[in-house]
Design a protein around this ligand. Sequence first.
Ligand SMILES: NC(=O)c1ccc[n+]([C@@H]2O[C@H](COP(=O)([O-])OP(=O)(O)OC[C@H]3O[C@@H](n4cnc5c(N)ncnc54)[C@H](OP(=O)(O)O)[C@@H]3O)[C@@H](O)[C@H]2O)c1
Length: 248
Amino acid sequence: MAGISKANGGPMKDKQLSESVALVTGASRGIGRAIAHRLATLGASLAICGRDRAALEDSSKSLQKLGAPVFSQVTDVTDAAQVAELVAKTESALGPINILVNNAGIGLFGPAHKKSEADWDLVLDSNLKSVFLVSRAVIPSMIRRGSGDIINISSLAGKNTFAGGGIYCASKWGLMGLSGCMMEDLRAHGIRVSVICPGSVATEFSGSKPKDPSKALSPDDVAHAVEAIVTQPPGSFLSEIHLRPLRK
Ligand SMILES: NC(=O)c1ccc[n+]([C@@H]2O[C@H](COP(=O)([O-])OP(=O)(O)OC[C@H]3O[C@@H](n4cnc5c(N)ncnc54)[C@H](OP(=O)(O)O)[C@@H]3O)[C@@H](O)[C@H]2O)c1
């Protein structure tokens, strides 16, 4: 499924990101959906993807209500061919991507020694390989234009370890390493690579909700951090944000 809707140019004009095209992966629900909404509110055109067609359509419709030009395509970000198609179609529908939010990811918890090889591949492909694939598809055009923001949604599980976190922590620690190296590779090209490490966020991540949502972050808290990154003046950047709920 691919769909595009063009805004009439009225409400989005003159907003801070009105010249921007943002691709947010995993924007059909949870954190990615909140990030896409925040960027649309700031005036960006939005490309979104996910695997569940109905959820993606629902997210696309709510972005259109904000007046944002939206391109949506069912995409599995672990598949290089699907990623290449997503990026090519986004750029022909909306223009060159100058904000990429690598958000799509999954959680799978329990002692690593009780997990299967398929579990390992699924989590590492979803949380780490996907960032490599999508970034690789987007970066050449950012380099040609000499600018861009890439924001990787990692986790405090990419900084810490805990029982039952083996495979998930491995994916997010790997993402921290990839993000840091991308940052150094790309800053000379005018591209800012940032990583956000949220603590527990009240979403349906890994099929469960936090026990006490009042002690968790909201998806909007993460969207606010993304806004801070993309609205930072061009000569500097927020390279790593650790985001925690106030109460624990
Ligand atoms: N929730 C937390 O406590 C928390 C804390 C720190 C960091 N994070 C990170 O934040 C990100 C978003 O998590 P969330 O809480 O918003 O989870 P969520 O509610 O489960 O949403 C995950 C999103 O990613 C998409 N997705 C997953 N695998 C995909 C794939 N292979 N291809 C395309 N899209 C895919 C999902 O859509 P489909 O299923 O339809 O594909 C969905 O839109 C993840 O990277 C997660 O590790 C979450």
